[in-house]
Design a protein around this ligand. Structure first.
Ligand code: SAM
Length: 370
């Protein structure tokens, strides 16, 4: 009996300690994004991944590869690298450097950190580099006064309030942000798609596929690699397709999905529904319905919001954070399975199904059948 009492006491002390540490870490949560983005700006992941020793590089060796040099560079780097180790982006080991037994830390890029190297982008077709930059630096003005997005009854779109225009309209004039966004979507978008294409076989038998809101056509490029016989149309706003590189088998068409959508036997909407509220989604989904033959389908790729987010799930955390980002930037939202089904039926489609929802991928695949 006394051991049960002790266990209970231990549990509550552990719970208390856990709550205390977690709460404290949130108070300093702003520090890590600053470090990650400084590391990206200095190309640290690329520099460290090219280490000659398999153990990695010391801070002073990393410092020697940075174009701008000064004598304190190594010791200053030593102040930020451990934070990247604590977040699993780098690994760290200790190396003895002289006969007196003095040691130094040696850093290497971990499997997580590889997603922030340009080689990962070149070899695996994607990375999180530009997405991180645009979320941290490109969106920095929207992080200010975030509470107004909730409290101010007249603030229906936080991005518009801050920048004076809706996001996609604004990016037409701020070409630097627009290009950064285009790059971020094509670099990051292809990462989740690789997993989707391994699991989802719904592109088999499709003869014409339109990617509505397809950006620079990166998604279609990947799909065509696996399904080369598909006739592919990349449909996006005229100022976006203007910058889309030509690719064999892909026709780029500029237009407005709220007006009309090119005809096809399947239509892809990847990370498009989440940019919009329900009313707007129903408008372009009805245009998709019109563009499809009988029994044609819309393939929706988006996050699926959990009914109750689990604090232990990276996927759930990412989905709910994306939801808030969409709310701030576009007045859009991520959706639960039930909300997607409702959207499907309200837009006139006869059948809804979740075709794929991998636990390690925030992107799920849903099908809306005509
Ligand atoms: C979040 S991005 C998704 C890009 C791409 N599908 C992907 O997953 O990488 C949304 C896309 O919708 C496009 N878009 C926004 N409004 C549009 C409209 N009215 N008609 C067509 N495309 C539009 C944007 O230009 C942008 O490329």
């Amino acid at each position: 009996m006394s051991s049960t009492t002790n266990n209970n006491n231990n549990n509550s002390k552990e719970e208390y300690d856990d709550a205390f540490t977690k709460a404290a870490s949130f108070a300093f949560a702003q520090v890590f994004p600053a470090i990650l983005n400084a590391a990206i700006d200095m190309n640290l992941f690329d520099i460290i991944s090219k280490a000659e020793s398999s153990l990695g590089m010391s801070a002073s060796e990393i410092a020697s590869k940075i174009p701008k040099q000064h004598s304190e560079m190594g010791s200053r780097l030593e102040r930020m690298l451990p934070s990247l180790v604590a977040r699993s982006l780098l690994t760290c080991s200790i190396r003895t450097i002289n006969e007196d037994g003095d040691t130094e830390r040696v850093y290497a890029v971990s499997p997580v950190g590889k997603y922030y190297t340009s080689t990962h982008h070149d070899e695996q077709g994607g990375s999180w580099i530009v997405m991180s930059t645009i979320t941290y630096q490109g969106c920095r003005h929207i992080w200010k006064d975030t509470k107004d997005a909730i409290l101010d009854a007249n603030n229906h779109n936080h991005f518009q309030k801050v920048y004076g225009k809706m996001a996609f309209e604004y990016m037409e004039t701020d070409t630097e942000l627009g290009n950064l966004f285009g790059q971020a979507m094509s670099q990051a978008g292809s990462l989740g798609l690789k997993q989707v294409l391994n699991a989802y076989k719904g592109f088999e038998g499709v003869s014409t596929l339109v990617d509505v809101g397809g950006g620079y056509g990166q998604t279609l490029k990947q799909i065509l690699f696996q399904y080369p016989s598909i006739k592919a149309i990349n449909f996006d706003l005229p100022h976006v397709v203007k910058n889309a590189p030509p690719h064999p088998g892909i026709e780029h068409i500029g237009g407005d999905m709220f007006k009309t959508v090119p005809k096809a036997d399947a239509i892809l909407l990847k990370h498009v529904c989440h940019n919009w509220g329900d009313e707007e989604c129903v408008k372009f989904l009805r245009n998709c319905y019109e563009a499809l033959p009988p029994h044609g389908k819309v393939i929706v790729l988006d996050a699926l919001l959990p009914e109750i987010p689990k604090s232990t799930s990276f996927k759930d955390t990412q989905a709910v954070d994306l939801d808030f980002l969409m709310f701030l930037v576009n007045g859009g939202k991520e959706r639960t399975e039930k909300q997607f089904e409702k959207l499907c039926k309200t837009s006139g489609f006869s059948r809804f199904q979740v075709a794929c929802n991998d636990s390690s991928n925030v992107v799920a695949v849903m099908e809306f059948y005509k």
